[in-house]
Write a protein that binds this ligand. Structure first.
Ligand SMILES: [Zn+2]
Length: 284
C-alpha cells in the first residue's frame, strides 16, 4: 500500500517549518508593533481567542456498557459500585477550537445514527471547511466517520495519526484492520504521521498512552486533556484503573498508561475529555 509510513521525518520537518514560520511571523508582528504604525495589527496580535472544546455525542442518547466488557470484575464489586445494569458511557468526538484553528478529534463510527455532521453544522463547520483532524487511535468507532460509502467526508482536512499506530494497523492481518487500512489509504495525500511527544498545530501536544491500541495517543492543550479510550468505563475505572475492557489490546501496557496519565492529569489539575465518558463528556 502506498502510504507514507516512512515519512515521519518529513512530517516532523514540516511541523518544524510551521513553527519556524510562526516564529518569523511573531518576529515580524513585533516589528510592526514597535513601529507603532499599525494599530489594527497590534490589536489582532495581542488579543487571542479563548480555547473552547465541544463534546460531540456521535451516538445519541445514554449508553450502558455491558459488564461482560470487563470479565475480570467480580460481581461483588459491580454491586458495591451500583453498576449492576452496566457502566454509563457514550460514543463521542470532540471539537477543539484554539489559536484560530478548528480541530476535530476523532470522527465517530460513521453509522446511520451518527450525529457528527449535524453537530458540526450547528457549530458552523461544513465538512469541506474542516482543515485539521487529530486521531487518537484507529478503532472503527473513532475513524468510521471519515468515510462515507468509500468516499472521504472531509476532503480538505489534514489528518494526523501517530506513526506507531498507523504502522501497527498497516501490518495487521485480517478483517479487523480493513477499515483502518482503507481510511489511511483514502486520506494518504493528507496524512501526517507524527511521533508521540510532538506538538501539533494549535499548540496541541501528543502524549503516548499505548496499550488500548499499539499507538493510542492522548492530546493536551493547556488544562484540557483528551484521554480518548484511556478510560472506557469511568464509573468503574476511575476508582479501579487496574481493570481493562476487552478492547484493550495490550492489557499490561494499557494499565500502565492509565495509571501514569491519571496521575499526570490529577497532579496538573487537568480536565479530562474522553470519547466514551458519559454526558457531559468530561471529568474535572
Ligand atoms: Zn473507542
Amino acid at each position: 500500500m502506498n502510504i507514507k509510513t516512512g515519512s515521519s521525518l518529513t512530517d516532523r520537518t514540516s511541523t518544524k517549518k510551521i513553527f519556524n514560520m510562526r516564529k518569523i511571523l511573531t518576529f515580524a508582528a513585533g516589528l510592526i508593533m514597535m513601529t507603532g504604525c499599525a494599530q489594527k495589527s497590534q490589536k489582532a496580535i495581542t488579543q487571542s481567542e479563548p480555547t473552547t472544546i465541544t463534546w460531540i455525542e456521535d451516538k445519541p442518547g445514554p449508553t450502558l456498557q455491558p459488564q461482560k466488557l470487563y470479565p475480570e470484575v467480580p460481581d461483588s464489586l459491580w454491586a458495591a459500585l451500583g453498576l449492576e445494569k452496566g457502566v454509563p458511557s457514550s460514543m463521542s468526538c470532540l471539537l477543539l477550537q484554539t489559536e484560530g484553528k478548528t480541530i476535530l478529534l476523532d470522527a465517530g463510527l460513521g453509522a446511520p445514527f451518527s450525529q457528527l455532521l449535524p453537530k458540526l453544522k450547528e457549530k458552523g463547520v461544513a465538512p469541506e471547511e474542516l482543515k485539521l483532524i487529530y486521531i487518537t487511535h484507529l478503532h472503527p468507532d473513532h475513524i468510521g466517520g471519515l468515510l462515507k460509502e468509500g468516499k472521504v467526508v472531509f476532503p480538505n482536512a489534514e489528518v494526523y495519526v501517530n506513526r506507531v499506530e498507523a504502522e501497527a494497523w498497516l501490518a495487521m492481518e485480517g478483517d479487523r484492520s480493513k477499515l483502518a487500512k482503507s481510511i489511511l489509504d483514502a486520506y494518504k495525500t493528507h496524512l501526517h504521521l507524527f511521533e508521540a511527544g510532538d506538538t501539533l498545530e494549535g499548540g496541541v501536544k501528543s502524549i503516548a498512552a499505548y496499550g488500548h491500541t499499539p499507538g493510542h495517543t492522548v492530546f493536551q492543550k493547556d488544562s484540557i486533556l483528551v484521554i480518548a479510550d484511556l478510560i472506557h468505563g469511568a464509573a468503574l475505572q476511575l476508582e479501579h484503573p487496574e481493570y481493562c475492557p476487552t478492547y484493550d489490546m495490550d492489557k499490561e501496557a494499557a494499565r500502565e498508561s492509565r495509571l501514569r496519565i491519571l496521575k499526570y492529569a490529577r497532579e496538573n489539575n487537568l480536565t479530562m475529555y474522553g470519547m466514551h465518558l458519559p454526558n457531559p463528556g468530561y471529568i474535572k
